[in-house]
Design a protein around this ligand. Structure first.
Ligand SMILES: Nc1ncnc2c1ncn2[C@@H]1O[C@H](COP(=O)(O)OP(=O)(O)OP(=O)(O)O)[C@@H](O)[C@H]1O
Ligand SMILES: [Mg+2]
Length: 302
């Protein structure tokens, strides 16, 4: 039985899709079977970031409304240069028959369709026969039978399926930059999650993206501990600011698609988060101060 992950932020452009795609590639490279579901009807970019915009056909709604089964709906895209072996005792690289890792994709639904289905509870105004809540639940249950990880790349803000998805996924990753405005928005998201799901944040984790240690030392950006204290979300990892990420995305590539050099630092950031998702206790990289992440996790639990 797989795990489902919702990748969210109230603020736009903070790196949700970047994180979704590269984490998916990192987990796939460790041998896990991954489905990435683009739910951003207005500016979905997963297919672009994975270089398969002309190949993906079906979207989440096609499956949720049972127009097509998951296995027939997904497009499978090779990612990365090869499997990462010998690093993770849980990895099962044999369950992929391809020689390269791959991730399965459902592209973003059309905006008119998505809004209509969400507003009308699946096109059925009297609420009988179809409920979006049930459909999301069934989708997740079916996907978790097939995949080790089902990753939902969400639109920014409190979109139509926000509460339903937050209640039905196993984990929510909140993405923030290290600016005051972005962190405030992350805090609001966490507060909204605890109101809507009643959870005390057990399943919510923070990823700080675009982190630039120089900005912190010059006093321009918030530091790690301050971000955790302000957002009141436990940290699962940081991703450094990297020009290369943007260039790679423009050519439909992930950080796992090229070797070493300028990308090795940011690829380690993704590797570390993938490792923590798999329950390995990995310290924050020395370039970020080197503390143990568990000490950061527990900072807000007193
Ligand atoms: N760590 C990083 N370093 C440098 N640039 C980054 C980093 N992460 C993301 N970016 C860039 O920031 C921009 C926004 O990223 P992305 O599209 O992933 O954000 P998003 O939160 O998904 O946006 P939206 O709210 O529109 O869905 C992209 O141009 C991306 O290349
Ligand atoms: Mg996005």
């Amino acid at each position: 039985m797989g795990k489902s992950v919702m990748i969210a932020s109230f603020k736009g452009g903070v790196g949700k899709s970047t994180v979704a795609v590269n984490l998916a590639a990192g987990l796939a490279a460790r041998g896990y079977k991954i489905l990435i579901v683009d739910l951003d009807a207005s500016s979905g970019s997963v297919d672009l970031f994975l270089g398969c915009e002309h190949d993906t056909v079906y979207n989440f709604l096609d499956v949720a409304k049972k127009r097509v089964g998951i296995k027939d709906a997904v497009y499978s895209k090779n990612v990365g240069l090869g499997f990462i072996s010998g690093r993770d005792k849980n990895a099962n690289i044999n369950h992929s028959k391809t020689t390269r890792p791959s991730v399965d994709i459902l592209k973003s639904p059309p905006l008119y369709d998505f809004e209509y289905e969400c507003k009308n509870n699946g096109g059925n105004n009297n609420g009988e026969g179809f409920s979006m809540g049930d459909a999301v639940g069934e989708f997740i249950a079916a996907a978790k039978e097939i995949y080790d990880f089902v990753i939902f790349d969400c639109p920014s803000g409190k979109f139509e399926l926000f509460d339903i998805l937050a209640a039905k996924t196993d984990t929510v990753f909140v993405i923030t930059l290290h600016s005051s405005a972005s962190v405030r928005s992350a805090e609001r998201l966490a507060a909204s999650l605890s109101e809507s799901t009643g959870s005390k944040g057990e399943n919510v984790r923070l990823i700080i993206n675009g982190f630039n240690p120089k900005g912190v030392s010059r006093g321009l950006n918030l530091g790690i501990v301050e971000i955790i204290e302000r957002s009141k979300i436990k940290l699962i990892g940081l991703i450094g600011l990297s020009d290369v990420i943007r260039d790679l995305q423009e050519s439909g590539k992930t950080v796992y698609d090229i070797k070493g050099g300028k990308i090795s630092g940011v690829r380690k950031d993704f590797d570390d988060i993938a490792g923590r998702i798999l329950d390995n206790n990995i310290k924050l990289s020395r370039k970020y101060g080197g503390f143990r992440t568990d000490s950061l996790y527990f900072k807000n639990e007193k």
